[in-house]
Ligand binder design. Structure first.
Ligand SMILES: *Cc1c(COP(=O)(O)O)cnc(C)c1O
Length: 376
């Protein structure tokens, strides 16, 4: 078994695996399951400080992104796609599939979305049904201030879809202080479940927009409106993956029982960044690094594939490469959720150093020792 230190999926705690092995009911028929699902969704809302309704959807995190666009977009709708990363830009594809018109607001991928530039842009053009934005854009690791961005968009009456799949539960997010109409999350990042579930938090305004559509939502599986009355009607549009949801509930309880979660992410991520710089390696970002992932430029003398392969084969540790415009340029250490622990991060840095040195790349410090000292 590899030690999973990727930018998601993350490690899964034993009690979550045990919860996934509990006996199964029939979730379509058993009223106790509706209560359990309902209670779990209420805890998801509590975890993000909101009374906005949460839902768990049977499908990996991408489902939430597509469902948000499928449910809100009507043909011809203009949608502001805030593009300062690969996932950010990717929203344009979902908007197009549902025949909306994506308008890209593109900013430098090396730093978070500058609020002033967005404010100036909106002064000239704010005729958008909704906007999309990513909290932690995992390929670069940039962390956007989605709370402030959503409030700015709301001041123009623009609805907001936010992807916090790789932010939530590792980075603080107060949905109650935001104006996010559909927030998307996934099970396999900082919440530390296996992949397979999407979580969404939906505002009343978003439900109204879906109800007031002139054309029907062009999807069955990605239709958020179909979930709205599940509890009153005791009916789900498709059979819920009960074992996945049992696991998610345990992971959520783990999160809610751990007052140190955000501090731990900040401590470990801060020390990883400092260690990487002290070693003479360079970070992809100039500012705005998320505490869930560290993105490191591939140094001269090795390729990303060699580094990943040798860390896996010789040290049993999986880290991530990247894709799209960052393919081959960076490698990523995920320190989110259960993977965000001192011994595993120390081992990862140690293995990285050994592989780099084997390729003749000299580092300026002992990364493991530096990291352990910084986190003592
Ligand atoms: C992981 C992730 C998703 C889900 O995408 P997969 O590539 O299928 O894992 C969506 N958005 C962000 C920002 C993510 O990090």
């Amino acid at each position: 078994m590899y030690k999973i230190m990727t930018a998601g999926p993350s490690q899964v705690r034993q009690n979550v695996r045990d919860a996934r092995a509990l006996p199964c009911t029939n979730p379509d028929i058993d009223p106790a399951f509706y209560d359990f699902y309902h209670e779990t969704c209420a805890l998801l809302s509590k975890a993000l400080h909101t009374d906005q309704t949460a839902f768990i959807l049977g499908g990996e995190g991408i489902l939430g992104l597509e469902a948000a666009c499928a449910s809100l977009t009507e043909p011809g709708d203009r949608v502001l796609v805030i593009d300062n990363g690969i996932f950010g830009k990717g929203f344009a594809d979902f908007v197009k599939i549902y025949e909306g018109v994506p308008v890209l607001f593109t900013t430098d991928y090396h730093e978070p979305v500058p609020l002033n530039a967005l404010r100036a842009y909106l002064q000239n053009d704010h005729d958008f049904k909704y906007a999309t934005v990513v909290h932690c854009d995992t390929p670069s690791g940039v962390l956007n201030d989605v709370e402030a961005i959503s409030r700015l968009l709301n001041s123009y009456g623009i609805m907001v879809v936010a992807d916090s799949v790789a932010g939530m539960f590792g980075e603080p997010l107060d949905l109650g202080k935001s104006c996010i109409d559909i927030l998307c999350g996934g099970s396999q990042k900082a919440l530390s479940c296996p992949p397979g579930l999407t979580m969404i938090w939906v505002s009343d305004r978003a439900f109204r927009a879906m109800e007031e559509r002139k054309t029907p939502i062009r999807s069955f599986y990605a239709n958020i409106l179909a979930m709205k009355n599940y509890y009153k009607d005791q009916w789900f549009p498709y059979t819920m993956p009960v074992s996945d949801i049992n696991g998610l509930r345990q992971a959520l309880d783990n999160f809610l029982d751990d007052p140190d979660v955000f501090d731990r992410h900040a401590r470990i991520a801060g020390a990883v960044r400092e260690t990487v710089r002290a070693a003479g390696l360079s970070l992809y970002l100039r500012s705005g690094m998320s505490n869930t992932v560290t993105v490191i430029n591939v140094p001269d003398g090795i390729t990303d594939r060699e580094l990943l392969k040798e860390m896996a084969e010789d040290y049993n540790i999986l880290i991530s490469g990247c894709f799209d415009v960052l393919a081959g340029k960076v490698v990523r250490i995920g320190h989110m959720g259960e993977s965000c622990n001192r011994p595993d991060v120390a081992d990862t840095l140690c293995a990285m150093q050994k592989v780099l040195e084997k390729h003749g790349i000299r580092l300026k410090c002992d990364m493991k020792q530096t990291f352990l000292t910084l986190t003592k």
